[in-house]
Design a protein around this ligand. Structure first.
Ligand SMILES: [Zn+2]
Length: 296
């Protein structure tokens, strides 16, 4: 039942666990036809864009995704245009307001890990000081330096100046077996603190460098922060399919870079669910409504 690589068992009350808190990071109003096969063009779903604060017993604090910022002028002109014309957002408070309310200084954040570099997950990383490091998934930096990045391409969505060069680490390729190890249903995971409390999980298909987190929250209990593995829990449950829709130029579009690979990853998440792990997608509005308060 646990598969070839079972999750580490709890070794007792001293087992290190992660304290998880949800930070405010705005809402994005997703046009569902772009994500869920068969949804009508009029279906717009306001969803959170979740940002998580992870506190390790060592005192280290990590944020997984920064969601949406209060001030969108930090985004490229093309993203700002998209937010005015195609996808609406509302941000009452962002990550920095949330940290302030919790009494956490932004300099206390050791590392920000990005699930991926789409605008609704990156917030405003420049607002951190020099004490905070950044982690992106394998090959993600190519999005920031390629010919389609801003300002090389004035219409670019990915900003080549998004992250400071020095404290940013791109995780090694999946072929690096000294870094990535199999765990549960996943071929590539990394034990971040080397104590079994937090695993970075390679989550291919959505966008280059898409990664998720598997977090030990209590004795023997795990939560899986699934980023944009899919955008609607009905796809994860197998009730709906990932949308492929027509673009204006007579072609087709999909929210995922490689749909088949995203589907394979979802298969692994279903196995994880069967192992009793709570899987939380970054935009799961229903989960947030029912469970969000427990993590505030
Ligand atoms: Zn997203």
């Amino acid at each position: 039942m646990l598969g070839p690589h079972p999750l580490p068992k709890s070794s007792g009350p001293d087992q290190p666990t992660i304290n998880l808190k949800l930070l405010p990071a705005g809402n994005i109003h997703l046009p569902l036809y772009m994500f869920v096969e068969g949804a009508s063009k009029s279906e717009i779903q306001p969803c959170p864009s979740m940002s998580w604060l992870l506190s390790h017993p060592s005192g280290k604090k990590i944020i997984f995704d920064l969601g949406l910022p209060n001030d969108i002028s930090c985004f490229t002109p093309a993203v700002q245009k998209r937010l005015k014309e195609v996808v609406k957002i509302d941000v009452e408070e962002d990550v920095f307001d949330g940290l302030q309310k919790l009494g956490v200084e932004k300099d206390d954040i050791d590392t920000v890990i990005f699930s991926h570099l789409h605008y609704d997950h990156i917030g405003d990383p420049k607002a951190f000081g020099t004490k905070t490091k950044f982690i992106i998934g394998p090959t993600a930096s190519a999005l920031l330096s390629g010919p389609k990045s801003y300002p090389t391409d004035p219409e670019g969505h990915f900003d080549s100046n998004l992250l400071p060069k020095e404290p940013t680490t791109e995780l090694p390729s999946q072929e690096d077996e000294s870094y990535w190890k199999p765990l549960g249903p996943f071929p590539h995971t990394h034990d971040y603190f080397n104590d079994g409390s937090l695993f970075i999980v390679d989550a291919p298909g959505h966008l280059a460098g898409h990664i998720n987190l598997l977090v030990r929250v209590k004795d023997g209990q795990w939560m899986y922060l699934g980023g944009d593995s899919c955008h609607d829990v009905r796809i994860l449950n197998g009730e709906k399919e990932i949308s492929v829709y027509s673009d204006d130029a007579g072609g087709t579009k999909c929210a995922h870079a490689v749909k088949e690979i995203a589907e394979q990853h979802l298969g692994r998440l279903r196995k994880l669910g069967d192992m009793g792990v709570q899987v939380v997608l970054a935009h799961d509005w229903k989960w947030e409504k029912e469970n969000g308060l427990r993590f505030r």
